[in-house]
Each structure stands twice: as C-alpha cells, then as structure tokens.
Design a protein around this ligand. Structure first.
Ligand code: FPP
Length: 249
C-alpha cells in the first residue's frame, strides 16, 4: 500500500518573534501519574519534574520570555503524606545547591511567591540566598510559587493595605488595581499572558487568582515530567493565534 510508504511530515512550528508572551506561568501537574505509569514512587515523578524545569527554563530564556512562574508547592500541598512533602522540600534545597551558580551565571533572577517562613529552615535559607545572589541579574525572572495560594496572597495584601490605612500610609482613593498589585507577591511582575497546565486537568487550583484575569490558558494531556521544548513552542504558537480583547470588541 502506497500510503504506508508515505511518512506523515510533522508540522513545523514557526513562532512569531514579535509576539512572544512576556510572562508564562505553569501549573506543573502530573508528576504522580507519570511515576505511577512507570511503577515508580511519586517522588521520582517530582524528581523528573525538576528535569522538565531545567529544559523549559532554558528554552523559555532562549525564546525571549521575560518571566516564568512555576507552581511548585501550594498552600494545600501540606495535606500530602509527610514523606512526599519532605521529598519536595529536599528537592528544592537540592535544586538550589546544585544549580544556583549556573542560574546566576546565566543571569537568571530568582523570585519567590509564597510564604517561605513556614518552610523547613534549610529550605527558607536556600531560597533567601538564591534571591539575594541573583537579585541584580538582568536575565529571565524565574518566579517559583512555593507555599503559594492565590486566596492567601489576596488576603495578605488586604491585611497589609488595612494596616497601611490604619497607619495613615495610604488613602482610600489611592487604592486602585495597580496599587493593589503592588501588595501581592508578584509586585513588579506583569500579569501572566499565558498559563499552561499539563496532565489533562483543566482548573486554576488557587493559582494567580488576581493576576490571571486576562491570561490565555493552554491545556494538554502531557504529564509535566514529559513536557519539553516542543510543547512550549506549541503553547506559544496557539497563544499567538488567539484574539485577546481584554473585554473590548
Ligand atoms: C503536581 O503533580 C506537582 C507538584 C505538587 C509538585 C511540583 C514540584 C516539582 C516539579 C519539583 C519542585 C522542585 C523545585 C526545584 C521547584 P502531582 O504530584 O499532583 O501529580 P498527580 O496529579 O499526577 O498525582
């Protein structure tokens, strides 16, 4: 049969360099399912997830993305079994111990969204060190959401604004959307243009609730540990063919 001799040619994805999203945020989902399919412990899925972080960060930087936010540990993830929680904390520490010098050499700026004071001391210290060492770099901003929850972030902002109001540091008429954004963990980071969620789930899971107001969403069935450069290109390609109207026509 002639058809069997014709190999299907893969469609080449050509990105429009003039329309690269400035900020991409990713819900790194599916590590557990990836591991289960391979009869591996869930923690191996998270470890493979760190490999995907390396790939995607490098490619995002190459493409010209300015901000990459990764949802690594939510305020709800404390409900997981103790050994999974501590494996995730250890992975974070290991990541910075192994990669900080390289990240710094490549000009990456590390930012954290989330309450790191509740993390084990060693994880908190590694984060503070990474943020401090990279703060004056000029490259891509890697914003890791760790012990992060969107509702928690908004509540904190509201409480701090209330304090500032009580202490006469802010007037009521000064509080607008821009001012409010300054009270969030993502202060000075533009809202995400594109939010990616792999693994087949299609929900926001308490991620960037304020910031996602006009984000485009991209879902896929790929589990995060399998996510690669090509998937990132596919997501950006789709994004470039959306019509963003911000409520206009
Ligand atoms: C969701 O998949 C994933 C997480 C809760 C953890 C993501 C963390 C990493 C990829 C590594 C963190 C490390 C650093 C260096 C930031 P899941 O476990 O819920 O997967 P499942 O839905 O298939 O069970």
């Amino acid at each position: 049969m002639i058809g069997s001799f014709i190999k299907k040619k893969k469609k080449e994805i050509v990105l429009d360099k003039e329309n690269i999203p400035e900020h991409i945020a990713i819900i790194m989902d599916g590590n557990g399912r990836w591991a289960r399919k391979r009869n591996l412990p869930r923690t191996m899925g998270h470890r493979a997830g760190v490999e995907a972080i390396r790939r995607v960060l490098k490619e995002a930087d190459k493409i010209g993305i300015k901000y990459l936010t990764l949802y690594a540990f939510s305020t709800e993830n404390w409900k997981r079994p103790k050994d999974e929680v501590s494996a995730l904390m250890n992975l974070l520490v290991e990541y910075f111990k192994k990669e900080l010098a390289e990240l710094n050499k490549n000009g990456v700026v590390i930012r954290i969204s989330g309450d790191i004071t509740k993390l084990p001391k060693i994880a908190e210290e590694e984060i503070i060190k990474a943020v401090e060492i990279t703060k004056n770099n000029k490259g891509i901003v890697l914003n890791l959401a760790f012990n992060y929850g969107g509702r928690d972030e908004i509540l904190r902002a509201v409480k701090t604004i209330a304090e500032d109001y009580k202490n006469n540091k802010i007037n009521l008429d000064e509080i607008d959307e821009d001012k409010f954004s300054n009270y969030l963990y993502t202060c000075n980071i533009p809202d995400p243009d594109l939010i990616i969620r792999p693994s087949g789930e299609q929900r926001i899971s308490n991620f960037l609730l304020w910031q996602c107001a006009y984000s485009e969403f991209w879902y896929s069935d790929i589990c995060w540990p399998d996510f690669n450069e090509e998937h990132l290109h596919m997501a950006i390609y789709d994004f470039q063919h959306r019509n963003r109207r911000y409520g206009g026509i």
